[in-house]
Design a protein around this ligand. Structure first.
Ligand SMILES: *[C@@H]1O[C@H](CO)[C@@H](O)[C@H](O)[C@H]1NC(C)=O
Ligand SMILES: *[C@@H]1O[C@H](CO)[C@@H](O)[C@H](O)[C@H]1NC(C)=O
Ligand SMILES: *[C@@H]1O[C@H](CO)[C@@H](O)[C@H](O)[C@H]1NC(C)=O
Ligand SMILES: *[C@@H]1O[C@H](CO)[C@@H](O)[C@H](O)[C@H]1NC(C)=O
Ligand SMILES: *[C@@H]1O[C@H](CO)[C@@H](O)[C@H](O)[C@H]1NC(C)=O
Length: 451
């Protein structure tokens, strides 16, 4: 079904002659950049050119894969093939992925303004849009309350279709090809990227900011601004007169959506024209977040709030310890305040303490049976820890990133599957791995390049 790994390896300029080596051969690869490049060769086999997404990562997971690729492209600027791959992926995904939005149109404000808050915290939703697709996200009621995404029936029916990235259009303005011209003439529509779950929307906003950082293409930044602008309509919740809900259902206030809102605003403040507006949003969100009680006595962050607006004591998922770090780093850059980096470092250290095993390897409590959401979390933490380390270097951060990268490479990699990376970073390899587990682990390999 797929051509050999050789093609991909050549594509990235890596010498790779067979995928049947004994495990030990790749164990000796210790150059972080090479590790990440090998892993990228494997990752792209899941890239589905027809959908612009990576098969098995779902919808918002795709945004995280894109962010990771953007980070790798930023940190490895001299690898021409990687630069080309990243650009072609962004250019293809921006055209193809909107068709896979699992619930388009649901956030349309003009149609939803009859939502009623009777004052007791229960919003009545009028189903007049006919746009509910069955896409939803829930906290698994069993055990650890893991967030779980439910897709509309048949959503992921697409078979993976390998294509050589070289065959993807790169949408160069000089091209005479009609499809390229049509794609270039179309301005990306932020509404195409909204699905009713504000965290999903904002993962995509951050992904397009990453693409902008790599390419300086203004359309990508404008798309991120457009998505953020739509999500501002979700402010405020009924708690503390601020914050955003998890979704259009207005039934849960959680950490992830609000951390992403803060981080996206802060990223935009450093890139877009309306700097002051974005700084204001970021500061407002931070203030609300700090007052919300989601940061607990140990300095880690729980999943969300109760109906009564108190910390619900749910899991301290790794991604909730991560997104806020990058948000604080970017906000400190846009509007410095002596408290931001110390706060970020305090959260990061508390998280490393809470989530690491005796060998320093990070875990989420859903392991080894994490669902498609839980498999993404740890990479998000590491990606943001690296951002913090750049702004406020600390040996504890370097140690954590290096320890986890080494453990992933030595204990959590299946060489017989072309160096696939799985979900339990301390190992042993859990089968089957997929693009979600693989890309999340790649976040660490990428972070390790710069520490
Ligand atoms: C939202 O509703 C307005 C008014 O009905 C309509 O013009 C617009 O196309 C809708 N947008 C989407 C994405 O459905
Ligand atoms: C909230 O108020 C509405 C309207 O009065 C009522 O129908 C609903 O049952 C109430 N919900 C709760 C959870 O009390
Ligand atoms: C909303 O309307 C659509 C189309 O009429 C229908 O398919 C869907 O089941 C409805 N959703 C709910 C929650 O009633
Ligand atoms: C710095 O940030 C903290 C926390 O958000 C805030 O309470 C304080 O007012 C800020 N200081 C300045 C000078 O803006
Ligand atoms: C990807 O792997 C995770 C962890 O094994 C699993 O929960 C998830 O369902 C997989 N995704 C798909 C689409 O198979």
């Amino acid at each position: 079904m797929y051509p050999s790994f050789l093609v991909h390896s050549l594509l990235l300029g890596i010498s790779f002659t067979s995928n049947t080596y004994a495990q030990s051969l790749y164990d000796s690869v210790s150059d972080p950049t090479k590790r990440a490049e090998f892993a990228l060769s494997r990752l792209q086999i899941w890239y589905n050119s027809g959908t612009g997404l990576w098969d098995t990562t779902g919808w918002w997971g795709g945004a995280n894969v894109m962010t990771m690729i953007a980070n790798l492209a930023k940190i490895d600027p001299n690898n021409a093939q990687l630069q080309d791959l990243a650009r072609r992926v962004f250019a293809n995904t921006i055209v193809q992925a909107p068709a896979k939005n699992p619930q388009p149109g649901i956030e349309n404000e003009t149609k939803r303004r009859r939502d009623v808050d009777p004052g007791n915290g229960t919003f009545t939703l009028f189903n007049e849009t006919g746009l509910e697709s069955g896409y939803t996200k829930i906290l698994n009621p069993w055990g650890v309350h893991e967030p779980v995404t439910v897709f509309p029936l048949g959503w992921d029916a697409d078979e993976g279709q390998y294509v050589d990235v070289q065959s993807l259009r790169n949408f160069a303005p000089s091209s005479k090809d009609a499809a390229t011209q049509a794609a270039l003439a179309t301005t990306p529509n932020p509404e195409d990227w909204l699905d009713g779950f504000y965290d999903d929307d904002l993962w995509w906003a951050l992904a397009w900011i990453g693409a902008y950082d790599v390419t300086q293409k203004i359309e990508y930044l404008q798309l991120a601004e457009g998505i953020f602008g739509q999500v501002t309509k979700a402010w405020p919740t009924r708690c503390g007169n601020g914050g955003i809900f998890w979704s259009w259902k207005k039934d849960y206030m959680n950490a992830i959506a609000n951390e992403l809102f803060l981080s996206t605003a802060a990223h935009l403040a450093n890139r877009a024209q309306n700097k002051d507006t974005y700084v204001e949003w970021a500061e407002l969100t931070l203030q609300w977040f700090l007052n919300s009680g989601m940061i607990n006595d140990q300095g880690t962050i729980n999943d969300g709030l109760t109906e009564g607006c108190a910390n619900n004591g749910f899991q301290t998922w790794s991604y909730n310890q991560g997104v806020i770090l990058g948000g604080l780093v970017e906000l400190n850059k846009a509007a410095p305040n002596d408290t931001y980096l110390p706060l970020a470092s305090k959260i990061a250290k508390a998280a490393i303490e809470k989530l690491s095993d005796d060998n320093g390897v990070i875990h989420d409590v859903c392991e080894p049976g994490c669902g498609g959401d839980g498999t993404q979390f740890k990479g998000v933490f590491m990606r943001n820890l690296q951002m913090l380390h750049e702004a406020a270097p600390d040996d504890a951060f370097t140690d954590s990133i290096k320890t986890n990268a080494d453990s992933i490479w030595l204990n959590n990699r299946n060489e017989n599957e072309g160096n696939t990376l799985s979900v339990v970073w301390s190992g042993p390899f859990v089968s089957p791995a997929n693009a979600s587990t693989h890309s999340s682990a790649m976040d660490v390999l990428v972070a390790a390049i710069s520490v």
